[in-house]
Design a protein around this ligand. Structure first.
Ligand code: T4K
Length: 378
């Protein structure tokens, strides 16, 4: 079977028509208002509140800074926070940067999210909050997590980096918990190049967050506390406004890709496709599979290499586990014996290409490669 002529990446941003962006840039050149709550920024915040069906949303330069600010907002700057090892580096790093010790909790084998049954045994007098991640946009067990938080007086901040547009029980997934943070990085479903947003349940909380992301300035002469520079600029916001116009087409195309992969890969021994979450309107941000070497014939790593040989750049999100990073590996909670499910999933996971401009014929061919590698290993 022939390789692809051009590399097929795990994702690609869908670019809006250049002329439309140029038109917006002409306005910027006229106004010369480039950042600090400019007109595009204000418009994007309002449009996102509408689209996501949330009341209080604050734009950021990226999700990592938004997570740092979320923690600062709740004054979580000492002690421990329970989180997942099966995530991108940013999740535990924001804890570290706030002077907090991450405590890693094992995950559920079906959703790949934190297993609530394991959270309570990790709570100590030092525990301040829970930082769960809706991995690949699949909702965490929100009720169970909230129940634990209520019983122990803990704050819940969701890393909702993957959840743009996901609805759960008819509500935006990013509206649960004490705060949620979305990422608008170039690799995300909705993108501003770099960017993110903090969704909060109250106006007061949102106002404080707005001050904190602007060095703590409440007005020209009042600094309410030690803030940071977390602002989104007008170039990013303009790009976001154009992206938002086409978001439904992006999701619809990804839904079709998801359907084709599911159909084609269902019968391949050793390939598991995660079950679709209940009560959830999905966003198709990622297409993860699990590779069981004993049934598939070759390991996940071998499959990853063989796909690369065909010019397909699937990614092992999230391997290695964050608990394996040298900066965290010595923590008691990072001991692999405490994280058996996460350890197994990290060895088997592979995310296949999915994005709005990916040809459906390419999806068919990638599926054929997966079938072919299994048969040729017999
Ligand atoms: N929490 C979670 C759970 C996250 O997943 C992330 C970010 C964050 C927090 C933090 O959000 P931000 O602070 O970034 O807003 C990428 C992204 O850099 C990262 O944002 C993302 N998660 C993570 C899952 O993926 P890499 O190292 O895999 O990116 P990279 O550069 O290898 O890109 C992957 C593929 O995407 C490339 O092979 C091709 C394509 N690509 C990438 C870029 C940057 C493009 O086509 N155009 C581009 O501009 O981390």
């Amino acid at each position: 079977m022939h390789s692809f002529e051009n590399p097929i990446y795990v994702t690609r941003p869908t670019m809006p028509p250049l002329e439309e962006y140029q038109e917006m840039m002409t306005r910027l050149w006229e106004t010369r208002w480039l950042t600090n709550n400019g007109a595009f920024h204000q418009e994007l915040e309002a449009r996102l509140c509408d689209y996501l069906d949330v009341e209080h949303l604050s734009l950021f330069c990226n999700a990592t800074i938004a997570l740092i600010v979320a923690l600062q907002n709740f004054r979580i700057t000492t002690g421990e926070v329970i989180t997942t090892p099966f995530t991108f580096a940013a999740t535990p790093h924001v804890l570290y940067w706030n002077g907090i010790q991450p405590v890693f909790c094992d995950i559920d084998p079906k959703t790949f999210n934190m297993d609530p049954a394991r959270i309570e045994q990790l709570i100590t007098p030092q525990t301040r909050a829970i930082l769960p991640v809706h991995v690949y946009g699949t909702p965490c067990d929100i009720d169970a997590i909230q129940g634990i938080a209520n019983r122990h007086g803990l704050t819940v901040i969701y890393d909702a980096a993957h959840t743009f547009g996901v609805r759960y029980h008819g509500k935006s997934l990013c509206s649960y918990g004490d705060a949620s943070v979305l990422s608008f990085h170039a690799t995300k479903l909705f993108s501003t190049g770099e960017g993110g947003a903090l969704v909060t349940p109250s106006r007061a909380c949102r106002e404080r967050v707005d001050f904190l992301k602007n060095f703590g300035y409440a007005d020209e002469e009042t600094v309410i506390g030690p803030g940071i520079n977390g602002k989104m600029n007008e170039f990013q916001a303009a790009f976001g406004l154009l992206q938002l116009k086409r978001i439904q087409a992006e999701i619809d195309h990804r839904r079709e890709i998801d359907r084709i992969y599911r159909e084609n890969l269902a019968g391949i021994p050793g390939i598991t496709i995660p079950v679709e979450a209940l009560h959830t309107q999905r966003n198709f941000a990622y297409f993860p599979i699990l590779v069981d070497q004993t049934k598939y014939g070759i390991s996940r790593d071998e499959l990853h290499t063989r796909l690369r040989d065909k010019n397909v750049y699937a990614r092992k999100y999230f391997h290695p586990l964050c608990s394996h990073y040298p900066c965290y590996a010595a923590l008691p909670s990072a001991n692999p014996q405490n994280l058996p499910v996460a350890e197994r999933i990290a060895q088997q996971i592979l995310c296949l290409p999915i994005y709005g401009t990916l040809d459906l014929s390419t999806v068919e061919r990638i599926s054929q490669f997966l079938g072919f590698f299994q048969k040729s290993s017999l």
